[in-house]
Design a protein around this ligand. Structure first.
Ligand code: G3P
Ligand code: MG
Length: 340
């Protein structure tokens, strides 16, 4: 049933361990809750043979909302109390960029309506704009549709983007309109001093830095086949940029599998664990290229489940996990057996 390849010591394992759960494909699939997830989380909240509470965080490459909103959503879906302190979204570690960009104009891409605008403001970025703002300014920026009515902000109408130089472009979540957003990102990246509507020669020297919060190529929803994720959007942008300029787009990425995200997650885990650093962190995930690769590289113990992106028998050939389980409840049981 289990395909663990690392033998754990039979000596008494330290009790100071913690979990980091992926969300999509492990706890939920789109609007549907994975039934075993409720039982798995209840076990960690003390409903186990030892009555022990085991600290855990949710470590997702999803986002587009505040940590608070995600905590509420998952609490409702799983019927358990999850605190915002336990939620790490793809863009949570990007708060480290606030110091550098708080007084610069930042173009924040992705997500629904103005949600990511609010997330970025909450993090402390003071001058945040979204592609819809630019589209409102001049409809000819993307003539194939009108800007969405939902996103109209009171001040968007009066903005003059010919006077607003962008200091950075940050993708916080999946684009809702790849064509329009690739166009507007290129406008900002290739512009003279980051002012859209100006073009800096052949755009060979990239002046405006670009950040991505998630490089997953695919993710798991209730649809039977995985869906394209933010990493696919990144590839599309890179391909167009390379075709137009003959050079590679430079960017920095956050989220799993990048070590910045794991370092951030360890600080969060320590905080919720009364300042103690756990001796072992178990990462439960469904995407080998993100969850398993990232956990293995950072020295965590990885558990791959078959409820999301990964569905095959055996282990992932490219990024083998320490253990493979059918679902998250089995994963928690396996860990408790190792540790208790
Ligand atoms: O956009 C969400 C996705 O790429 C993955 O979310 O929870 O599986 O890391 P998660
Ligand atoms: Mg997942």
């Amino acid at each position: 049933r289990l395909h663990g390849y690392r033998a754990f010591s039979s000596k008494v394992a330290p009790k100071n361990y913690a979990f980091a759960f992926d969300i999509d494909g492990v706890l939920i699939k789109g609007k549907r809750t994975i039934p075993e997830a409720k039982r798995a989380i209840r076990m960690l909240n003390g409903d186990n043979a030892h009555g022990r509470h085991v600290p855990f965080v949710l470590l997702t490459n999803g986002g587009g909302v505040t940590e608070q909103a995600k905590a509420e959503q998952i609490s409702n879906m799983l019927d358990v109390e999850i605190s915002p302190d336990q939620v790490i979204l793809s863009h949570s570690p990007m708060q480290a960029l606030v110091e550098q960009y708080k007084n610069k104009n930042v173009l924040v891409v992705g997500g629904k309506d103005r949600e990511c605008f609010h997330v970025a403001k909450k993090y402390g970025f003071n001058h945040v704009f979204i592609p819809d703002d630019i589209h409102h300014w001049q409809a000819s920026v993307w003539p194939f549709r009108h800007p969405s009515r939902d996103s109209i902000s009171p001040d968007a109408a009066s903005l003059d983007f010919s006077k607003i130089p962008f200091g950075a472009v940050m993708v916080f979540h999946d684009s809702r309109d790849w064509g329009r957003d690739i166009q507007i990102m290129l406008d900002a990246i290739c512009a003279e001093n980051g002012v859209v509507g100006t073009q800096k020669g052949d755009c060979k020297v990239q002046e405006v830095p670009v950040y991505f919060s998630n490089t997953d190529i695919i993710w798991s929803t209730e649809f039977p086949v995985p869906r394209l994720a933010q990493g696919s959007f990144k590839m599309a942008l890179e391909n167009v940029y390379h075709t137009l300029t003959g050079t590679n787009l430079q960017s920095t990425s956050y989220g799993k599998p990048y070590p910045t995200t794991y370092a951030y997650a360890e600080r969060v885990i320590e905080r919720i664990n009364d300042g103690k650093k756990p001796s072992r962190i178990y990462a439960v995930g469904d995407n080998p290229a993100a969850d398993i690769k990232g956990a293995n590289n950072y020295g965590w113990t990885s558990v791959l489940v078959r409820t999301g992106v990964f569905q095959e028998p055996g282990n992932s050939p490219h990024f083998p996990a320490h253990s493979v389980c059918q679902h998250v409840e089995e994963a928690v049981e396996w860990v408790l057996q190792q540790e208790e």
